[in-house]
Design a protein. Structure first.
Length: 265
């Protein structure tokens, strides 16, 4: 009963996290199937939790930081790590994976409907290292926007849930934190690729609608964090994030609009 009560409190306390999580489950279930979605979520969550548990004790791989425990009794914790924190990694990595797919999957059009984009959703392409490495890069980029505002959680409804003993060079965030995110992404996608290669093949299909939902999830998280950044009065941090994503957004819109040369069929 205590667990159920804390779970309900967690959902009420962090509703935006569970909205993003629901969008991930909906999109991924249609893009890669329910079984693969389950493996993706479990693998990423375990890797993220182990790395957070390790970093708060050894400084590896995120660098030294500590959770304050200020929200204990208001949300679920696993040891000293808030559940919602490690639970965020699966949907953030999945959304980053969708962005990588949008950039690198071959696009398809027909002569009768030029500009109508489709995606050639081949297993060999979507699990190849080029897409996986780009997904990790998008994953780290997203944290470059998330972590500076999360560090200032005492100025918005997140709360002061963690701190760095020695503030870093990027608006208080150590560079080691971003390296750690890259490590989490690399280990998680590596394990997922190993598992996926042993799962039964599924019919190939145009996964464009679900893929677009995944890209929308990425931008929903991005816009949410940028909006909070400006709201708490940090225009320099917010403007830095906006400028970083302007060229990325322009490129993905050009690709999704079918303006790049497709494979004509």
């Amino acid at each position: 009963m205590e667990f159920l009560s804390l779970l309900i409190k967690t959902i009420a306390f962090r509703p935006y996290v569970f909205v993003f999580l629901a969008a991930f489950l909906f999109s991924a279930g249609r893009l890669i199937g329910r079984r693969r979605t389950g493996y993706f979520m479990i693998i990423t969550w375990i890797v993220a939790f182990v790395c957070e548990f390790s970093s708060t004790r050894t400084g590896i791989p995120f660098g030294w930081y500590h959770y304050t425990g200020s929200t204990m009794g208001q949300e679920l914790y696993m040891s000293d790590v808030p559940l919602m924190d490690s639970l965020s990694f699966p949907f953030l990595l999945y959304a980053s994976y969708c962005m990588a797919l949008a950039f690198l999957l071959p696009s398809i059009t027909t002569r009768s409907s030029p500009g109508l984009i489709g995606m050639e959703f081949q297993l060999a392409i979507r699990t190849g290292w080029p897409i996986m490495l780009l997904a990790i890069l998008f994953f780290v980029f997203l944290d470059v926007v998330i972590d500076p505002v999360a560090l200032r959680g005492d100025r918005w409804f997140l709360g002061k849930i963690y701190y760095y003993p020695e503030p870093g060079v990027h608006f208080g965030v150590p560079i080691a934190n971003y390296i750690g995110w890259g490590v989490v992404g690399f280990v998680a996608v590596g394990l997922y690729r190993f598992v996926e290669g042993r799962l039964p093949a599924e019919p190939q299909a145009d996964g464009s609608p679900a893929l677009l939902i995944g890209c929308a999830l990425y931008y929903a998280v991005l816009v949410f964090n940028l909006a909070v950044t400006f709201w708490i009065g940090e225009p320099l941090i917010g403007t830095t994030g906006v400028l970083m994503y302007l060229p990325i957004t322009a490129l993905v819109l050009v690709k999704l609009a079918g303006r790049l040369p497709p494979d004509v069929r």
